[in-house]
Design a protein around this ligand. Structure first.
Ligand code: FES
Ligand code: FES
Length: 173
């Protein structure tokens, strides 16, 4: 067993873990973060995405011991009472469908918008291509991300509008 310490959703935990234990399993089974789903367990679907040091990471691709000393945010710690703007936008635009893909979609979006506050539709689709939804379309998810981006920039988005890849004006069509 190896001693690991990590701050998860604002709380510091110290635990002895098996060196082979995946971070996903440690978060879910060890620390009660069951809001982090397991979809594929093979780094393909993005369901298990969390933020490590603010960067979106598929937690099934990381060993718990590799996260020693890190600060981690799961979907359960994203909001501090009121919903995060990305959560609100997913709710408003029907971007959340099931409990498997949605936590990862939202956390990947938070990272995406941190790095690119004004993405085009194409950039959103590219930025979320590591997060799979197997049962619906992505249209409402993309709408939600663009809406969240506009709100976080302090703008009022036109409901459901898209900018194309060449439009750098920020004006919705
Ligand atoms: Fe981690 Fe699918 S469960 S990527
Ligand atoms: Fe979540 Fe399809 S996998 S809505």
């Amino acid at each position: 067993m190896t001693r690991v310490s990590m701050k998860v959703d604002g709380v510091v935990y110290e635990d002895d873990v098996e060196p082979r234990r995946l971070l996903t399993h440690h978060l879910r089974d060890g620390l009660g973060r069951v809001g982090t789903p397991i979809g594929c367990d093979t780094s393909n679907c993005g369901a298990c995405t969390v933020l490590i040091g603010g960067e979106s990471v598929k937690s099934c691709s990381v060993l718990a011991v590799q996260a020693d000393g890190e600060e981690i945010t799961t979907i359960q710690g994203l909001s501090d009472g009121d919903w995060h703007p990305v959560q609100k936008a997913f709710q408003q635009h029907h971007g959340l469908q099931c409990g498997y893909c949605t936590p990862g979609m939202i956390l990947a979006t938070v990272d995406l918008l941190k790095n690119n506050p004004s993405p085009t539709e194409e950039e959103v689709r590219h930025g979320l291509e590591g997060n799979l939804c197997r049962c619906t379309g992505y249209q409402n998810i993309v709408k939600a991300v663009l809406s969240a981006a506009a709100e976080m920039r302090g703008e009022q988005p036109h409901p459901g509008s898209f900018r194309d890849a060449d439009d750098k004006t920020g004006v919705s069509a």
